[in-house]
Design a protein around this ligand. Sequence first.
Ligand SMILES: [Zn+2]
Length: 114
Amino acid sequence: MGMSLLPPAADKCPICATAHEPQLPHNPQSLYYFYRFHASRGDWPTCEDAAAHCTPQIRASFRDRWTYAGGKWTRPLGREPIADPPAESINQVVEIENAGPEIVAIDEHARRAS
Ligand SMILES: [Zn+2]
């Protein structure tokens, strides 16, 4: 069974559907970010991906705050982090062919990350 995620509102980031400044990281826990990334990249996003478009200073600060708050800093396996700068993207519908297994995969990813 397929399903679609509606495009983010105009005042939200087109990549993660969360309100943040373009130079700051995407929300690594955004469901929209997970599906959009998976649909276009063929892999699940990690914290490194969410911050890949940021300056080294912002990335380090984000990582410190993330881990201080108890979050696990996740990295891609077998590939380099993929940057998705908000300015180079449009708000788009994300089509999901089969929602079942991917939702399970997100649950497992979330459990690993927690
Ligand atoms: Zn974002």
